[in-house]
Ligand binder design. Structure first.
Ligand SMILES: Nc1ncnc2c1ncn2[C@@H]1O[C@H](COP(=O)(O)OP(=O)(O)OP(=O)(O)O)[C@@H](O)[C@H]1O
Ligand SMILES: Nc1nc2c(c(=O)[nH]1)N=C(CO)CN2
Length: 163
């Protein structure tokens, strides 16, 4: 059966963020046709957007079997809902945000799903953890590897948490 490699970013800045993020990864690991191949450290990050508490962010690489990009997005959105995500202000505080970053070298531009995630390359809170687990993955729009994209960013607001 067809397999794919996907990268996701997770973030939380409301409630027991670390507990929520770990539990979300467990839910994904227990989902049929999804295997977690790598998981980054967690990072405390300064909020981008409106004033709000610091976030905890991290990334994971998933191997998926017989799941289209749209099907994986649905699973990620359902997982957000499970952890009480209520959609409010754009870029405002949330218990769980999961962004779908990459699916192999797929480029997609539909109303419900854009791949690669269009804002990933400008976000140190995404690229720092992703570079830890997938530094050589080439972002297909820029043609640049994650580690190379990261060199252009200011990472001063991103602090690794102890394991
Ligand atoms: N690559 C993607 N990952 C996640 N959601 C996406 C993606 N591309 C499009 N979407 C759509 O965007 C919506 C998610 O928006 P959401 O409110 O989570 O954005 P945000 O997290 O506030 O902002 P940002 O997208 O800048 O991280 C989803 O309903 C989904 O259909
Ligand atoms: N540091 C940080 N800032 C953010 C984040 C996030 O995950 N981390 N998510 C946002 C909404 O997508 C808006 N701002």
């Amino acid at each position: 059966m067809e397999t794919g490699q996907c990268a996701i970013a997770l973030g939380s800045n409301l409630g027991d963020s670390l507990g929520i993020l770990e539990a979300a990864l467990q839910v994904l690991a227990a989902t049929p046709n999804i295997n977690i191949q790598a998981k980054s450290s967690w990072y405390q990050t300064k909020p981008i957007g409106p004033p709000q508490p610091d976030y905890i962010n991290g990334c994971a690489v998933l191997q998926v079997v017989a799941l289209s990009p749209q099907q994986l997005l649905e699973i990620l959105l359902q997982t957000e809902v499970k952890f009480g995500r209520v959609r409010q202000e754009r870029w405002g505080a949330r218990t769980l945000d999961i962004d779908f970053l990459l699916y192999d070298d797929v480029i997609l531009d539909t109303p419900s799903l854009q791949l690669p995630h269009p804002r990933m390359s400008e976000r140190a809170f995404v690229l720092v953890p992703l570079a830890e687990i997938a530094p050589n993955w080439v972002e297909p729009v820029s043609g640049k590897a994650i580690a190379q994209l990261l060199q252009a960013l200011d990472c001063s607001g991103v602090t690794k948490l102890p394991a």
